[in-house]
Write a protein that binds this ligand. Structure first.
Ligand code: DP6
Length: 369
């Protein structure tokens, strides 16, 4: 086969994750090192996920990337940081069937084509960078035969988008903040970011009766991106300092315990409290950032009332940098009831401003009839 003709490809799929103890604030903007640990749950891949195909060929004359069919710039910054980290770790690759042999040093001059698709409408206002960067790093690591384990890869995905590091694993995942060192460098070396990585707390089977429903409150692009918002919070919010030092370390321990013990009451209480504190930090930022809207607030009140009327939490809520509600039901039965109640009180396309519901676990579709 002529050298110019061959193409080697890898395709991977990565779901997004939802933080139950939030990451909000960086201590290093380039390396993307957080001010606190965070914990998330990874959704099942049938719903919010990214599929990425990466290809290498001697006939490619530059690195290029397409997102949902549209070419995007790979220019400076986060994409380049990830590509650089991966290329520096690439190993020999041999495909005897196709007669292809790529040596470690070849990866520095070979170019890549990357095509990435989200299986949910980008306009839905749901975070896609977590799944996107995790999938990019994972598929490139396979293509270039990296020897790093998932946690080490997560430290590379982290440089694409902080929350992406947690999508390298299923189940419940902790992003460990790593040592508090401020070494300005774009490379991962001991002590400057290689220990800020994700670890799996429990796999997807551990607590598989939880069901996640996402209420898409608004599909509009958020006014303040997470990156900008957390920068402003770090610069101006005293509450953020208190949260990072005093509150989150204790919550992380309690949340890990709740997850290990399937203790839904503690889990829900911590999840809701942490979401509310994250939004309080946003309010404490100058100028204040408003991610939730009236519908988000009404959903919170509704869930709080329901939980109180039963006497113990049935549903947990959490909101990221936008108005969409992520609702975690303690089991399928509750999830079915929750969906029915939501559809009644917050019907999509009404003046409630609600667009649709996305399910984190497709089995509820059957249960709900
Ligand atoms: C509110 O990971 O999107 O969803 O690191 O700047 O890319 P960058 O930010 P990003 O922030 C996510 C913030 C959050 C909370 C979380 O997922 O922990």
């Amino acid at each position: 086969m002529a050298a110019e003709k061959w193409v080697l490809m890898v395709t991977a799929q990565t779901p997004t994750n939802i933080a139950v103890i939030k990451y909000w604030g960086k201590r290093d903007e380039t390396l993307i090192l957080p001010v606190n640990d965070s914990i998330s749950v990874t959704l099942d891949p049938d719903h919010l996920c990214t599929t990425t195909t990466v290809a290498v060929s001697p006939s490619f004359d530059q690195d290029r990337m397409w997102l949902n069919g549209k070419e995007i710039s790979l220019g400076g910054g986060r994409y380049q940081n990830c590509l650089k980290e991966i290329r520096s770790r690439a190993c020999d690759v041999e495909d005897t069937e196709k007669g292809i042999k790529i040596e470690k040093k070849d990866w520095q001059k070979l170019h890549l084509h990357i095509a990435s698709f989200n299986n949910f409408p980008t306009a839905a206002g749901l975070a896609s960078s977590a799944a996107g960067f995790a999938c990019l790093v994972f598929s490139l690591a396979k293509l270039m035969n990296l020897k790093e384990n998932q946690s080490q890869l997560s430290a590379i995905a982290r440089q694409g988008s902080g929350s992406a590091c947690r999508s390298l694993f299923g189940g419940f995942v902790k992003w460990i903040l790593g040592k508090l060192m401020l070494v300005p460098s774009q490379h991962l070396q001991e002590g400057n970011g290689s220990d800020s990585l994700a670890v799996q707390l429990v796999d997807e089977e551990h607590w598989n009766d939880l069901v996640i429903i996402i209420a898409v409150v608004s599909s509009r692009q958020k006014e303040t991106s997470s990156t900008t918002g957390m920068r402003e919070s770090v610069e101006t919010s005293l509450l953020l300092q208190h949260r990072a030092k005093e509150v989150v370390p204790k919550r992380i321990v309690q949340m890990e315990e709740a997850i290990q013990n399937h203790d839904f009451s503690s889990f829900a209480q911590l999840t809701c409290a942490d979401s509310n504190q994250f939004h309080a930090v946003c309010l404490d930022t100058s100028p204040p950032i408003f991610y939730m809207n009236d519908t988000s607030h009404r959903i919170i009140s509704y869930v709080e009332r329901w939980n109180r009327s039963v006497g113990s939490p049935q549903v947990a809520y959490t909101f990221d940098a936008g108005p969409n509600a992520v609702l975690i039901a303690r089991n399928r039965k509750i999830a079915t009831e929750l969906l029915q109640r939501l559809l009644f009180f917050f019907p999509p396309n009404s003046e409630t401003d609600l667009n649709s519901y996305v399910l984190g676990d497709k089995s509820i579709l059957h249960d709900a009839g």
